[in-house]
Design a protein around this ligand. Structure first.
Ligand code: ATP
Ligand code: MG
Length: 390
């Protein structure tokens, strides 16, 4: 018996003329994600994508775990390949479906027949296979409204398949269909979730991390890379630039009024990020901020921060509660890493009483106490790049 994985596109179906491009990118992403698991063929056939292994002992379980994380997929399932005649469909289906059928009390058969040359109609296919299933599994009853298992037979131009149920895919759009943006990534809970949310909408990610050794440790940096590797399981490999930020943070701490430390630091991060992002072909910046979460995330603080860049800054978590963010971080398996206790450069030199309602003129005046331009250039020049794989 030969087995394959069937994949149903999500929103792709809506994309009209662009559909081919979207599907091509999805197919490329599928191949990339599964390439280490063995020789496979990935082809498109009538609004379905079919993954056919061409190797012995293809690790289906591992492959399905990866497919589950690929954006642009609405549903997926394993299926058995049959010859296009009712005898073979029955011969394959009865043993192949054993595990699912034994675990169920009720079932129904659905047939999808797009090959109009097939001699039986869809209702006839369902009835015939349903009858054979009842003969072989005596505990089962048919329930057309709310069955425990839906057995599906697909008779297509290019072949016939049987399967039991299907699983929800990751949804969203294939990564690479939406342009490139740079995520400002810290070691916290929020920014990996923000990265994942943008990747879900088809955005290809670059990452920027600010490190301030010796105030921040190498282990903090490694933690960030571990978080990126978890996001990369969904988004594909992520190039990250680690920015040397110590000089600027010390200059702020030594020269600027304490109540503006954080805000000025964030404006510096934005200026540097915009330059690095432009160099890497990114069209926008992404952060993990949400309104009101901390002093630097009040609306006036966010507005003051954004004044230094002309690139759009996307904040996909802007209206979310921490609890809602945590739910996603658990789902994408970044939570346990995020709560490991390493320091971030944001927690170095934090003011006791930060301004929650900053005035732009006052911040700009405070910044003029230092000549930052050369330091910004040095930070951009000194950034070290690396690509993080899943
Ligand atoms: P997170 O959980 O993502 O760390 P947070 O709620 O702790 O977010 P802040 O520490 O104020 O918030 O940071 C706000 C945002 O700024 C982060 O979500 C991230 O996008 C960016 N950021 C913070 N620290 C860094 C850093 N060291 N390098 C790059 N980006 C950072
Ligand atoms: Mg943080």
């Amino acid at each position: 018996m030969k087995e394959i994985i069937l994949i149903k596109n999500g929103e792709l179906a809506l994309k009209g003329l662009n559909r081919m491009t979207f599907e091509d990118i999805l197919i490329k992403n599928i191949k990339q994600s599964l390439k280490a698991l063995g020789n496979i063929e990935v082809k498109r056939a009538q609004s379905t994508i079919i993954i056919t292994p061409h190797c012995e002992d293809f690790p289906f379980k591992k492959a399905l775990d990866r497919v589950e994380k690929i954006f642009g997929i609405a549903a997926y399932c394993r299926a058995a390949v049959c010859e296009k005649n009712m005898e073979d469909i029955i011969k394959v289906a009865i043993p192949y479906l054993e595990e699912s059928l034994k675990a169920a009390k009720t079932f129904k058969v659905e047939a999808k027949r797009s090959d109009k040359k097939f001699p039986l109609t869809s209702p006839e296919i369902s009835k015939t296979l349903g009858g054979e299933i009842l003969k072989n599994y005596h505990h089962l009853k048919v329930d057309v409204h709310n069955p425990d298992v839906v057995v599906t037979v697909e008779v297509r131009d290019f072949g016939a398949y049987v399967r039991a149920g299907q699983l929800h895919g990751a949804g969203g759009m294939p990564v690479g269909t939406g342009g490139r943006a740079s995520i400002l990534i810290s070691g916290g809970i929020d920014s990996p979730v923000a990265a994942w949310m943008m990747a879900k909408r088809g955005i290809k990610l670059n990452a920027i991390h600010f490190a301030s050794p010796p105030y921040t440790s190498l282990r903090a940096e490694q933690k960030v890379k571990k978080l990126l590797s978890k996001v990369a399981a969904y988004s594909g490999a992520i190039p990250v630039g680690v920015v040397p930020f110590t000089e600027i943070q010390e200059a702020i701490a030594n020269n600027c009024p304490e109540e503006y430390f954080t805000l000025i630091m964030r404006r510096m991060m934005m200026r540097i990020s915009q330059r690095i992002a432009q160099n890497s072909g990114s069209m926008a910046l992404i952060t993990g901020e949400s309104v009101g979460q901390v002093a630097s995330q009040t609306l006036p603080a966010l507005v003051t921060t954004d004044k230094v860049v002309d690139m759009p800054v996307f904040r996909p978590l802007i209206g979310m509660d921490k609890e809602e963010i945590v739910i996603i971080s658990r789902k994408i398996d970044t939570f346990e890493t995020s709560i490991e206790p390493y320091e971030d450069c944001c927690t170095v030199f934090t003011p006791k009483h930060p301004r929650t309602n900053p005035k732009l003129e006052a911040v700009e005046k405070a910044e003029q106490l230092i000549d930052f331009e050369e330091m910004i250039e040095r930070a951009v020049e000194g950034t070290i790049f690396e690509t993080i794989e899943a």
